[in-house]
Ligand binder design. Structure first.
Ligand SMILES: *Cc1c(COP(=O)(O)O)cnc(C)c1O
Ligand code: SF4
Length: 361
């Protein structure tokens, strides 16, 4: 879930398929496919909140609607599943879940250093849909859609390239992975790869299973957190049938995201034998306190999930209001080190273009 873009020219050159547009217009991807077992999560996906006024009304903040809404045209729609909205505190304009999804006027600010060229990933696209920057692991952009639109995400500027991989059945991506025997680990990313139907995922992994040098599979997904119903029996059966050890890297930023439905989804995932990790983004006003980060780590562990990365925000236009400076970020992690066992301390990192790994701070 961490693809960034190089420049707008390349993005404009990207071909936006009808499928991409449908996904961003709120239609669940693959929803044309008959797949009765998936009806439930797809129905919930389609039923997501997309109107800021409705969101504010649901959380008891309709009085804010007049001040916030008329000024906004961010080009990145609101999208949030109702189950995630239900975890927001009623009447609290500073709620850490609300702030992750509600469009804010600050997104329109033009801030120096926050542009469209965050990490230069498109330079690393070695084959359509594959980002191969680090030794031994290659990231496959399986699909561009997500169930939630996180305001801090680079994806806000990517009109999105799921066609790069999915539309041609990942043919070029798989060809790249087949011919490069240095790739031991494939990371399914996006967008959110679990946006794909399970049938599509199975099609992809059976092609990967024919490549002998692939030894591990990793899945980067926010769906177990924002739409835990996605972790249904069919998905679990697919995971159990995979021929490799699997790591699932979730994305939660605040302990309030982890309710009973998420705990249950994590338990289903763990029962497949997959290793569960979590990555977070350090976000001002949302999780930039020792208490918030400690609670997140502890609650993740109660879900059977270990903290992995705490990312410094990618400097993407429209997200500057979420930034925490490096000195403050380091101080937070040092204070957290005093509070927590070592295995619950996330690694504070930043992604820097051209580096061969995430850079520890
Ligand atoms: C972040 C990232 C990875 C994974 O890095 P790890 O340190 O192994 O988690 C792999 N490929 C790309 C392109 C990435 O951005
Ligand atoms: S789930 Fe959120 S952070 Fe992850 S890719 Fe989608 S919009 Fe971005």
């Amino acid at each position: 879930m961490r693809l960034k873009l190089k420049d707008m020219g390349k993005i404009e050159a990207a071909i936006v398929t009808g499928n991409t547009l449908a996904a961003h217009a709120g239609q669940a991807p693959g929803s044309g496919i008959r797949d009765p077992q998936n009806q439930d999560w797809r129905r919930l996906w389609r039923d997501s909140v997309t109107d800021p006024r409705e969101l504010l009304t649901l959380v008891g903040l309709e009085n804010l609607a007049e001040s916030i809404l008329p000024r906004l045209d961010t080009g990145f729609a609101l999208r949030v599943p109702r189950g995630f909205v239900a975890r927001m505190r009623h009447g609290d304009a500073r709620d850490p879940l609300l702030l992750q999804v509600l469009p804010q006027a600050a997104e329109l600010d033009d801030v120096a250093g926050f542009g469209f060229d965050a990490v230069g990933d498109l330079d690393a696209l070695t084959a359509t849909g594959v980002l191969h920057k680090y030794n031994g692991r290659a990231l496959l952009v399986a699909i561009g859609s997500c169930a939630v639109n996180c305001r801090y995400c680079f994806r806000r500027h990517f009109p999105y390239a799921e066609e790069t991989a999915a539309a041609n059945h990942w043919r070029e991506a798989i060809e790249h992975l087949r011919t490069d025997d240095s790739v031991e680990e494939v990371i399914l990313s996006g967008g959110d790869p679990l946006s794909l139907s399970t049938a599509k995922l199975a099609e992809l992994t059976s092609a990967l299973a024919a490549i002998p040098h692939i030894r591990r599979l990793r899945i980067h997904t926010r769906l177990p957190v924002v739409l835990p119903e996605r972790i249904d029996a069919e998905l679990i059966a697919w995971l159990r049938g995979l021929p490799w050890p699997v790591a699932v890297v979730l994305h939660a930023n605040h302990s309030n995201e982890l309710d009973a439905s998420v705990t249950a989804a994590c338990a289903r995932l763990r029962a497949t034998g997959a290793a569960l990790l979590n990555q977070s983004v350090l976000l001002r006003g949302i999780n930039d306190s020792v208490d918030a980060l400690a609670a997140l780590s502890k609650n993740l562990f109660e879900c059977g999930v270990l903290p992995y990365y705490l990312h410094q925000l990618d400097r993407v236009a429209g997200t500057a209001h979420f930034a925490v400076d490096d000195a403050a970020a380091r101080a937070l992690v040092e204070a957290l080190r005093v509070q927590l066992p070592g295995y619950l301390l996330p690694r504070l990192v930043r992604e820097i273009a051209g580096e061969s790994h995430k850079t520890p701070l």
